[in-house]
Design a protein around this ligand. Sequence first.
Ligand code: AMP
Ligand code: ZN
Length: 112
Amino acid sequence: MSGCLFCKIISKEIPAEIVYEDEDVLAFKDIKPAAPIHILIVPKRHIPTIIDVDDNILIGKIHRIAVEIAEKNNIASSGFRIVCNCNRHGGQEVYHLHFHLIGGRVMNWPPG
Ligand code: AMP
Ligand code: ZN
């Protein structure tokens, strides 16, 4: 989708530190990491929010990839968080569905 930041990262118009790629999914480092490990996992197809999801297999695949990336970064046993912000109250800033994989430090609950 034209004008979408993450579509531009997917099409390589805008550079990113890519850590995983297949035909459906891209994962890259967050430009403003909130923790030692902070990776964004996105579907290649433009889906604005989690409300718009019409493909549960794709969401399952993204979660499996998140766990694989966590294992690769040695944060699986220490623990991590997968976050999907939705709309204004959820704090969504980029309206291309993405899952934050965050780890490498202890995190607080509830979120602020
Ligand atoms: P959200 O608030 O859930 O929409 O998260 C958007 C995330 O995208 C934030 O954590 C930003 O730091 C991150 N972000 C914004 N621009 C870029 C970029 N060019 N490359 C990587 N991450 C980005
Ligand atoms: Zn997009």
